[in-house]
Design a protein around this ligand. Structure first.
Ligand code: F58
Length: 829
């Protein structure tokens, strides 16, 4: 038994009773009761579920804190290079099970709760997940901090502590209604506020030039400031004693700001000022792909990166030579949201530390790297010069100078090619003068990466071709990954046990070992066990859906799942057309009911509140569901479920129960996808296009174990070039015509033809994402799915091979790739 006591600490203090490591059930119980009594102020007898949950969470955190303190002491003075992951979003999911697993505390916690007569599962269900992200990008950040800690890479995640995360989705008459996500109201036991480490962040004002011993320097006279207060989350590695920090910033009014107004006698204004400041971290913008150029959003971005840079620099020794900063840090930019960090670091180095511009630029270029997560041109962030100049005048000057020097270098290489200069300028001139943040990140960063092989190639060839020509050495790929701890070990205990029984538990941190399962695909007993796990996962999903939404997956049904943000490019409409076609086929008698493979189609999707077409599609899915599910002619053989408020917690029940994973974006539009990886790893087969990481999944699992359909990206480009006419596909395909006509007829809207008219006419006359062009290939692929599912044993064999061959998609591998290709930050011990 190791005791972590004051004797381990550097600063002497009187001996204190310490928690034991490894923990015992008695020790855990005692600490739990202390937290209940002294933190919660209640006795066990009087404690509510919330009291008990908070005390349990605190207790788990206490044990992790012991590891964190010991870890900090080991790392202190190591002077290792750190990764600062800058991300506006972290879609964390529940913390309790994650931390119990990482800290190897699940056993003692269960014993302790049993000793107290508490139902641990009830406390699990009580947790509200921190939904501080929109979708893939935010969830990727959460997977990455898990892997960084598990690999022992010194790193800090920096972000924003939104008071309201992604909205809670409800449906009224089948239409999405957004409710605020007040995730903090019942207490936030996982976080630790560190008010003494607050940073001041300034905004507005003007710049002035000063003569500094003969050199003209610009300096910023800001107009107002806010305080950034850090809230720290412990990020434990998987059973390795490592604990990293996720530092999320909350905006508070500064005392000075308050006082000035307060002293002027205007109390009301002082209070208003406080609200104004605190608005900065109030709410996550729920836009999933089209960034709105909102001033508050730019305030959020600058707020968190300015605080983070200051915070990191404050950790270096007082006499540290900032010319050597690249030896100590790499700031990884998670998309363009934190890119304002580039001129901020320049400003700090040049204006605050008096570094010469050229030297500061050389340092800055080595300290940043940029990850792009999109291919949609409308998703590339730009900030109008007018807005940027008003909010951050000095930063705008710095961006101008960066651009001037960059364009001079372009001219030096290619001559006065004005077309090229306009193409490559960081400043766009139309429709308004604006800073192109992706260009700034590309010019400033040491590396630019896409998130799957195909995406990185398209990034080079289509999104940033002029930059790829100018800086070929900067461009690289890091294919996304997902954490096997949360998405296999925790989410799928049945499969985890089966795997561990077969090959040992090394796969949890070395996922490529899943290859050892391959021969077992030919083992009938293993297949039977695997199928039994899948069936058990469907029952577990039913318990969750039943309790949450009163829904259930049909017995013996193929579970067909499409869960992701609602966006036209992801093509939920293609899935709807499949359902409508099957329905129409049975109702019209073209398909005999007995020939219909029983299926439950499960959707999960949130639409950005301002995205009208996405909301109409949600309405359509619900409308089709209520007709199909209740039509006696279908006899329950086709079901459409759309549980509201899809989130990480629901994903953990849905993914392990799925048979079929829908990854059907138009080729060339989905940067990577990460849900696709989670499904395959849990033994679902994919029906998918040649897009994003689907390409790599198919290469690894093999064509025989993947249902590929649809146009390739070059084919898409070709028909776009030639002029795409969706109505022609409608004319030529009778099945497609019948499905669209049925929607248009009002069959799903109580006879009202107007309700889905905008969806129908968009499909017929615009169809930007070529749903109609891929319809017949998709229907044919679904027939292959039905045929394959009829051979249950063959299906299970393919499912096992999916699991066995997807070890590549661990986020541990992604992080190793970042280390090798971009960061060059070795793990420390
Ligand atoms: C997603 N992007 C990509 N953006 O769409 C997906 O293909 C990829 O797998 C994933 O990133 C991880 O690389 C994404 O989720 C956002 O949510 C942004 C939120 C803020 C506004 C702009 C979109």
């Amino acid at each position: 038994v190791r005791r972590v006591t004051s004797s381990d600490a550097t600063a002497p203090h009187p001996p204190v009773p310490a928690l034991e490591l490894p923990p015992t059930a008695d020790g855990f119980t005692a600490q739990f009761l202390r937290n209940l009594n002294f933190d919660g102020g209640v006795t066990l007898a009087d404690a509510s579920t919330n009291d008990r949950y908070l005390a349990l969470a605190r207790t788990v955190r206490d044990y992790l804190m012991l590891h964190a303190l010991a870890d900090q002491q080991r790392q202190a003075g190591a002077q290792a290079k750190a990764v600062c992951y800058l991300s506006a979003e972290y879609l964390l999911g529940n913390q309790l099970d994650n931390d119990l697993l990482a800290g190897d505390l699940a056993g003692v916690a269960a014993d302790a709760m049993a000793a107290c007569g508490i139902d641990l599962d009830e406390l699990r269900r009580h947790e509200i997940e921190p939904g501080l992200g929109n979708g893939g990008l935010g969830r990727l950040a959460a997977c990455f901090i898990d892997s960084l800690a598990t690999l022992g890479v010194p790193s800090i995640g920096y972000g924003i502590r939104y008071e309201y995360g992604i909205f809670r989705q409800t449906f009224e008459d089948g239409q999405q209604v957004e409710q605020p996500d007040a995730w903090l109201t019942l207490g936030a036991p996982w976080e630790q506020p560190r008010p003494e480490a607050a940073q001041t962040v300034s905004f507005g004002g003007r710049t002035e030039t000063v003569d500094d011993a003969g050199t003209v320097r610009s300096r910023w006279i800001p107009e107002w400031n806010v305080s950034a207060v850090p809230y720290d989350y412990l990020v434990p590695g998987f059973r390795n004693g490592r604990v990293n920090t996720l530092r999320l910033w909350r905006a508070k009014a500064t005392d000075a700001f308050d006082l000035r107004i307060f002293n002027s006698g205007d109390y009301e204004q002082a209070v208003r000022a406080q609200t104004f400041a605190e608005n900065i971290s109030k709410v996550l913008y729920p836009e999933d792909s089209t960034p709105q150029g909102k001033e508050l959003r730019l305030q959020q971005q600058y707020f968190f990166v300015a605080a983070s840079i200051r915070d990191f620099l404050g950790r270096l020794p007082e006499d540290f030579d900032l010319a050597r900063l690249p030896e100590r840090v790499i700031f990884q930019l998670n998309d363009t949201h934190p890119v304002i960090a580039v001129p901020e670091l320049m400003r700090v180095l040049v204006d605050e530390h008096g570094m010469a511009w050229d030297e500061a630029w050389a340092v800055t270029q080595q300290c940043f790297a940029y990850t792009c997560h999109t291919l949609l041109p409308e998703a590339l962030e730009v900030w109008p010069v007018e807005l940027l100049g008003r909010l951050l005048p000095r930063h705008l000057e710095i961006v101008y100078r960066i651009n001037e020097e960059f364009l001079a270098a372009v001219r030096a290489r290619f001559g006065d090619d004005e077309m090229r200069i306009r193409d490559m300028s960081i400043i766009a001139e139309f429709p308004v003068r604006a800073v192109r943040m992706a260009y700034l990140a590309t010019v400033a960063g040491s590396r630019v990466n896409g998130v799957a092989e195909l995406h990185s190639q398209l990034l080079r060839d289509k999104v940033l071709p002029a930059f790829a020509e100018f800086f070929p050495e900067k461009f690289t790929n890091v294919t996304n990954g997902v954490t096997p701890r949360r998405f296999l070990r925790l989410a799928n205990p049945g499969l985890s046990t089966l795997i561990t029984d077969a090959i040992g538990d090394g796969w949890v941190t070395d996922l490529e070992r899943l290859h050892e399962l391959e021969p077992l695909a030919e083992d009938a007993a293993f297949r039977a066990a695997f199928a039994a796990v899948k069936a058990g996962n469907k029952r577990r999903l039913n318990e969750v859906l039943q309790a949450r939404d009163g829904m259930r997956v049909g017995d013996g049904h193929l579970v067909d799942v499409m869960v992701k943000r609602l966006h036209e490019y992801k093509r939920q409409l293609l899935k709807v057309l499949h359902v409508v076609s099957e329905y129409e086929g049975v109702v019209s008698g073209r398909i005999a009911l007995a020939d219909l493979q029983p299926r439950t189609v499960l959707f999960g999707a949130k639409a950005a509140p301002g995205y009208a077409m996405a909301k109409r599609i949600i309405h359509l899915i619900n409308a089709v569901g209520s007709v199909v599910n209740t039509d006696p002619r279908l006899d329950g053989r086709l079901q459409v479920l759309f549980p509201p408020n899809y989130n990480v917690t629901l994903a953990e029940s849905v993914i392990p129960a799925a048979d079929l994973s829908e990854q059907i974006s138009l080729a060339g539009k989905e940067a990577s996808g990460t849900g696709n990886m989670k499904f395959a790893l849990n033994g679902a087969l994919t029906i998918g296009t040649d897009d994003g990481a689907n390409v790599e999944i198919r290469e690894l699992v093999g064509d025989a174990n993947f249902f590929l359909f649809g146009m390739t990206e070059p084919e898409v480009a070709e028909i776009a070039q030639a002029g795409y006419h969706p109505a022609a596909f409608y004319q030529e395909d009778a099945g497609l015509r019948r499905a669209i006509d049925l929607i248009a007829s009002g069959a799903f809207s109580g006879g009202d033809r107007s309700v889905f008219e905008p969806v129908v006419s968009n499909l017929l006359y615009e169809d930007r994402f070529m749903v109609l062009a891929d319809y017949s290939a998709y229907m044919a692929a679904q027939q292959r799915v039905d045929a394959a599912y009829a051979d249950q044993d063959g299906w299970t064999r393919a499912a096992i091979l999916n699991v066995a061959r997807c070890g590549f998609f661990s986020s541990d591998r992604s992080i190793r790739d970042y280390i090798d290709r971009i960061w060059h930050t070795p793990p420390t011990t």
